[in-house]
Unconditional design. Sequence first.
Length: 404
Amino acid sequence: MIVTASTTIPTAIMKIFGKRTLPISATCNARQDYVNTDVVLVLDNTGSMACAPSASATASCPSEVSGSKMAGMRSAVMALYDALTPAQTQLTTAGLRLRYGIVPFSGTVNVGKLIYAMNTGYIQNPAPYQQQQCTGSGWSRSCSYVATSVNHSNGYFTSASQWGGCIEEANSVNTINSSSGYAIPTGAYDLNVDLVPTIGTTAAAQATQWAPYDENSEQADTQTACPAQAVPLQAFARSDLQTYVNGLVANGGTYTDIGMIWGGRMLSSTGIWSSINPTTYGNMPVNKYIILMTDGYIDTGSTYYSAWGVETYDHRTGANPYPGDSTIDANHKQRFSMVCNEIKGEGVSIWVIGFGQSTGGVLDTALSGCASNANQASVSTDSASLIAKFTQIGNQIGSLRITQ
């Protein structure tokens, strides 16, 4: 669309020479930004999302209440879709595409069956779990948890009744803390958004692989949760997206870092989804976006079974002995900041939205720092403002661009 405006302005000095006005004009060329668009939604599916927006992020509701944060999130996702529908139609007409990926998160993410379908060698088998071992009997009986190797049959991986599809992360280092900065250490495979595991059963290969999140084999935990299966980038019909978000269930603790890790992996052009993530499509570049929505801060637990095992016994993000929940929270917050920095370095634009009264109207510094700029970090205290924010983001992603 080309807009031309013209007018005249009165002269001051030139009028003595008989020139009382001067014409001026301007031409502005506004066009749709015809580049491919990939949007990954990293969505908080933790237990507090079943509560009302006024509830604390640490609240627990046994079942989803009317007007819950989860209900608000579902409506906001559909509002984003509706705002982007005109852009999606225009891109499709031009032979380009707009796709969505979705990563629901709690203490882990559900990507295991997707990975297993790509390459069975990406899943660690056998894998270690904490299992109870006892010696003696009667008053002299003594029990402890010991990491024990468990081998899974092929049927385990293909049976929905045996494996829900959630994963334990690849190996890490447990020296990352709040003073570590943004550089990801060698050996922290869990923070590598471009990770492609090495196939094999050597210790070095297995360090790069993801293990099954196995609630039956893991015996040292007191709480487990496995969210809905993530969706790799694809073009969604509105009805299919509505059906998907309607099936999301709130449960589990808040490990925002695991959500962002897999949001980044889903967009990576060199990671495990590289075959569907070219840097260009239809001879045009791909713009990449992550929208993170969470109702609280990172909230770990000493015996919570997360993507990093059971921290008290596995010590994957904190050295032995267990340093306490607040320290582990800080360690995970630093990991979150590291991976946000890594994702932005790959050219991804990030929006961060805090939802609910628990944020106090102000985002945690790690959350606000994850956004690509200050204008892309915000708080929505109720469902109406959350829907409005998602609509605004959709309008920005699909808006007209001024080129002249």
